[in-house]
Design a protein around this ligand. Structure first.
Ligand code: IMP
Ligand code: MG
Length: 174
């Protein structure tokens, strides 16, 4: 049985880091407007906190993806279950996601969005598990690198639970 056993990153640590990221993005995009694409469901707490702390004009939209495959790396596919409403052509877009694990999901999403010809397309992620990466993906704005543990909270779930925890915890087999 899996249980929530410990706190990995406190609410204060997470919020402090997101504030720094918001300042960095606001500096990088000074004088421009961004379209923030919140990746459902896990990315919404991070994306809300991040955009709330920006000082540049921000529009928001939502996207939900799912990845499936027959087990072999080359056939792993990503589909968009719920698409954004806005056209992204000519816009400065930042995708906001909770965690990059193997990288398949976000690599697929970015490939699809890139075909729509945004002026620029960047990725912001709260967490990354580099030891699990299977595809090359560049994270332009990253909160924290974490070890290969199953994390929950701040948007991330275990069987759809724990998303609303205000900190990041670890699930372990007990
Ligand atoms: P990827 O395609 O392997 O990078 O996985 C992406 C998705 O898997 C993330 O967006 C999360 O929804 C989920 N995921 C991966 N690791 C964790 C974890 O430790 N906790 C919760 N969700 C996770
Ligand atoms: Mg996710």
């Amino acid at each position: 049985m899996y249980k929530l056993t410990k706190e990995l990153l406190s609410k204060q640590a997470v919020e402090k880091r997101i504030l720094e990221m918001a300042k960095e993005i606001s500096r990088d995009y000074e004088g421009r407007e961004i379209l923030a694409v919140f990746v459902l469901k896990g990315g919404v707490y991070f994306a809300s906190e991040l955009t709330k702390n920006m000082t540049i004009p921000v529009r928001i939209d939502f996207l939900q993806a799912s990845s499936y495959g027959d087990g072999t790396v080359s056939t792993k596919n990503v589909i968009i279950k719920r698409d954004i409403e806005e056209s992204i052509e000519g816009k400065d877009v930042i995708i906001m996601e909770d965690i990059i694990d193997t990288g398949f999901t976000l690599k697929g999403v970015m490939d699809i969005l890139r075909e729509r010809k945004p002026a620029s397309l960047k990725l912001a992620a709260l967490l990354s598990k580099p030891s699990r990466r299977e595809v090359d993906i560049n994270i332009d704005y990253l909160g924290f690198e974490v070890p290969d543990e199953f994390v929950v909270g701040y948007g991330m779930d275990y069987a759809q639970n724990y998303r609303n925890l205000p900190y990041i915890g670890v699930m372990e087999e007990v």
